[in-house]
Design a protein around this ligand. Structure first.
Ligand SMILES: [Zn+2]
Ligand SMILES: [Zn+2]
Length: 73
């Protein structure tokens, strides 16, 4: 299994955000316009320590990250 998916789950990141991270997000060009816009939106809520999916950004859902202690890290 993709370790992003595995450790995302260990960290308590919602399934929808993991799907977004390993899917559409990985196709967004780093430092592109879409990328910049994303960070602007992701940062509008406080205490966000992970990549949120657009739906969670829309609904201002922020999950407190648990520490992942497995070897994949
Ligand atoms: Zn892990
Ligand atoms: Zn989400």
């Amino acid at each position: 299994m993709n370790y992003h998916v595995k450790c995302g789950r260990h960290s308590g990141i919602p399934e929808c955000c993991i799907d977004w991270f390993v899917g559409p997000w990985s196709f967004i060009r780093t430092f592109g316009e879409e990328w910049a816009l994303y960070w602007q939106m992701n940062d509008k809520d406080k205490g966000v320590e992970y990549i949120r999916c657009p739906k969670c950004i829309e609904e201002s859902i922020v999950i407190g990250i648990k520490e992942c202690v497995c070897e994949n890290r």
